[in-house]
Every structure is written in C-alpha cells, then in structure tokens.
Write a protein that binds this ligand. Sequence first.
Ligand code: PEP
Ligand code: MG
Length: 656
Amino acid sequence: MKEYILKTAQSGFAVGEAFLLKDGGSGSDSPKAAGDESARLDSAVSSLRQELASAAEKAKGENAGIYKAEIMMLEDPNFIGEAHALIEKEGLDAKTAVERAGRSVIEELSASGSAYLRQRTDDVKGLTDGLLRILRGEKQKGLSSPSVLIADELSPAELSGLDDSLLRGIVTVKGAPSSHVSILAGNLGIPYLYGSVEAVASIRSGDRLILDGEKLTVNPDDEAFQAAAQRYDAMAKMEREEKKPASGEKSRTRVCANITGPQDIEALLASGAEGVGLFRTEFLFMDRETAPTEEEQFQAYRSVAEAMGEKQVVIRTMDIGSDKKAEWLKLPPEKNPALGCRGLRVSLGNESLFRTQLRALLRAAVCGNISIMLPMVISLWEVDAVRQLIEKVAAELTAEKVPCKIPPLGVMIETPAAVMIAEELADKAAFFSIGTNDLTQYTLALDREAQGLERYYNPCHEAIFRMIETTVEAGHKKKIPTAICGELAANPAAIRRLIQAGIDELSVSVSKVEEIRSRVVETEKSLLEEEETDTVASPVDGQLVPMQDIPDPAFSSGTLGRCFGILPDNGSIFAPCSGTISEIAETKHAVTISDETGKSVLIHVGIDTVSLGGKPYTIYGKVGERVKEGQKIMEADLDMIRSAGLSPMVIVVRCA
Ligand code: PEP
Ligand code: MG
C-alpha cells in the first residue's frame, strides 16, 4: 500500500480500479521470435472476441447481430490467417502484421463488384483498430468496471469520450482546478486529484485506488478497500435518497445550470435549475473525425430546449481552441493558444462551420426558450458581424421555408476589454454572462492551467470583483441582466459579494444547483435582515417609487447607494433620520444628514433642478446642526418645479 497527498481540482471520495488512459506505445515493436508474436496475436484476437461477445450480450436486436457478424469476420482466415503468415514469413511484429493484413483485406473488399462486400470495409477497419488497441496495451474506451482514470495529462475530448457512468475519479500529473477537464469532472460530480509525477508513475492498470479529499491510496489491503467501497456505496445511496425535489424556496437571484450536451438533460431536470445558463456546445464538436452536421446539432439543441419548456436555455456558440481541441478542424499550432484562435475568433474565421451552427440554433429556437451567447468577445464589431450573419441565415432558412426564429443574442464578458466597453456592448446585447474562469486568466495574466502557480490564480481577487461590479452596473444602466457562469458562481466565499453586486443569475454545474440555491436563499435573507435594521423614514407624504424606476440613472443604477423615490403630495420635507446636517447643496435641492457611525442619508428634491438656482427651496437648518427624525428641514415649491417642466420626485439615498 502507498499513500500520496495530491492537489485537489475537485474534492470528493471515490473508490475504483486504475484505468490507464495511455498505456503502452504506438508504432511498431521490435519483433520477438515469430512464435511469441503469433501468440500475442492469438491472445489479442481472443480478447477482442470476448469484448465483442459481451457487447453482443448487452445489445439488443439488430445491434447484437452486428457484433456477432464481427466475431465471424474475426475468424476469417483471409484476415487473421494473413497476419499470422506475415509474422512467420516476413518476421513482422504482431502490430505491423495486423496493420498490413487489415489494409490488404480492405483493398480487396473495396475493389469488389459486390456492394455488400464493399460495405464490409468499415467492419474490417474497426476490427483492425480494436486489435491494434489491444496490442498496444490500451483498454477499450468504454470502462468495464468502476474506474479511476489515470493519465499524465487529460484533454476534455479524451474525458468526454469515456463512459462516465463507471468513472469514479481522475488522477493526472498535470492539471488545474479551473481547467475544462476539472469543470467537466465537477459537472459529473467526481473527484479529481493532480500534481504528483511519483503517484501517477507508481500506478499500474487495475490497481485498487481510494481518493479521499487530497489523499490517494494505491493498493490498500483488502479490509481497507472493502470498507472504502462500502462507504462509497452508502454515500451514493444517501445522495440518491436525498435527491428530493427542490424546496420551492425561491431566490431573487436565479440559479441555473451549465451543461455540455443532451446527455445532461436527466440530471438537469432533477437539479431544479431555473434554466440553462451555459450550454458549452464545443463539446459536440470534440472527440470526433468531422464536424457535427446541422441536423445533429439541431437535434441536440432542440432536445434541451424541449426538455426545459418555457425555461431559458442559453446556448453558447462553439468555444473551440486553446485546450478544447477539435482535431478535425486542423487549427495551426500556436505558441500561446489561449491568446490565439479561440472562441468567436474560430467561428468568424470559419464562416461555413459557423453558419451551420447558427442554422441549427435558429431552427431549434422555434422549439423552446433559446438564447444565443457569444464567447471571447473583445470588440463591438464582432457582435455586429454575428448579428449580420444571423440575419442572413434567417433569410436563407425563411426562403427555404424552414421554420426558424432569431433568438436573443447575449455576450460573454470574459476579457478585460469586454468589461471596459460593457456599456457600449450592452447596447448590442440582450444579456451579459460573466465567464470568470477566463476573466481571471486574462485579468491576472495567468494561464488558467498554469502548473504550480495556483496561489496566483485567484478568482476572488479584488480586481475580479471590481470587474464584475463594473459589468453589472453597465448592464443595469442599459436595463439588461447580468449572469455569472464561471466557476466563481459556485464559490461559497464569493456568493455574498456577487449578490451585493446585484448579479441577476448564477449558473453552476448541474451537481451544485441545489447547494448554491440554498446558499443564495440564506444570503439574500441575511442581507435583507441587515437592510431592515438599517431603515430610514419617509421624508414626505406621497407615492413610493422603487430604485430601478427612478428616471435618473445616477440613482437607478445604485451607484450612489441604495435609494427610493417618492412622488410628493406636498412640499414639506422632514428629516428621515436623526443626525447632523453634513452638507447642503449650493442650489439647496439636496441635504445630507450623517449619524455618529459615519453613515449618511441624502435627501434630494426634484430631478435636474440645478437650473432653477435654488429658488423653489427654503432650508431649515445649517451644516453642523443636529436634527431629529421627523423634524422639518425643507419647504419646496413643487408648482414652481413642475411649471419648469421638471419632476419634483424626492429621492432618499442611503449613501454607499
Ligand atoms: C469562463 O471562462 O468562465 C466560462 C464559463 O467559459 P469556459 O470555462 O468554458 O471557458
Ligand atoms: Mg471562457
């Protein structure tokens, strides 16, 4: 038994057998004696036959027949017999022999006059690949028992290509909590440890592993392994039983979910999410040999939209590039891929690919409440270019009589440039969603996957909070909502500050929706209680106007502090709290009262009345004078204000 302490990308508890993703090498082996190579080949054929037989057993109907036909083909002497002959006559190693024999059978079948035989070339190719995989020492991609995935480094495509129902944990040498692999692991609710060359090097395929917090145990004794397995089963059972329907307690801040495809629908519906805040569509483009067709994409978007009914589904256009590679796209290698062709840049640089995605999105928009969201925006022209393309695509679909709809277009705020031009972007966007993972990377000048620099990658850095506040402010000023869909949305240490910033929505991994919703409900309650113990009286009789409806952005944006308005019945203004008059405006339309704790209240009478030179106002009191709550401090001539065409609204601000 060996124990290691690793770094935690996703914390948790798991038990399983080691599954080495990249085991053995590729290329030809140096051939051993012909007898050895023939025996290797026989053993590989027998393993593949077993795999196919067990797949046939699990499959139903037509699919079972396909596997059985493949087993028969595996026994065809033209293929395996030829490989044996090559080993014996030409002294080839088993892998090269299989490759050569496979190629020659495929050539023969392709040249055949029979359509049936020509169609069998795919089967032979599949069998050749299967044998080569086994000869290379790699297991089948689908896991066959509860497993912990072991790799030096893992790409999102490699992870999403695995059967996640049996995946219990991940251990890699290279990793980072904010990497896309880590985000995927979080979505699946599985622990992920990284950072030890020694630990990974010591693990052999099939070793028994326990992941517990930051501790990795390799090959514990039987008793410890059984106890851990029982603990795991008990925890999984408890989790299933605890999956009660959402409490129904609603928060003001919406809590939505991040997904990567239709495979998440079941968990999404069970999570109680109020919508999908981020559908990372790039996962539909990865781990495959060609781009997904329009129809394939349409079905994926439609199925999520239909499952969510009236609830919002925000679908982000493909954010390919950097660590999310689509090999078939053959993007040229870059020195700094995170600063290169990524996200919207890939889409705008590959117009036909992008048009296909937009066509699928516009068609799916008819089936539910879909919005489109753009990743990695830095400039206004990018949004204009996409909108123009959307309009073209809509016209094209309409001409083809294909039902379609143009959905709202939102922008991700994940670069400092987007934050700085948020006000202008808000004129072009229906909503914002802040991608704090990338915003942290680009603001702190730190690759989100940098190794050994975790202490510098701090999404709770004051700079990030200020960027969020700036974005929310700009959005609200232009009356569009702002969400957070990066990992910060699920960080308990950040929730209070995010709610105080006025964020409208938090979108988190499906497995965290319930936990975050209850934290948000609690936080909102406690903030409300604090506000209630901090009340001020109304300075005048009249009709209450909520902050967001005050017709002056300086107040309605909340920049000056929490405030409310009153449409006054008369001009007698009273102190809304006790304190000292700390300021009287030169044009007498505003008085500030401060208390001993330094908190102050501004009473602002009329909107934009400076031009009246103070004529409508009489102040009772001087700066430095104490006043009591309810004491008259001003008389305002409301008729004079109204007859100048101005609003006499009284605004009370709890100064920030
Ligand atoms: C982000 O950057 O915060 C984000 C949500 O996008 P992704 O993690 O997919 O880059
Ligand atoms: Mg991002």
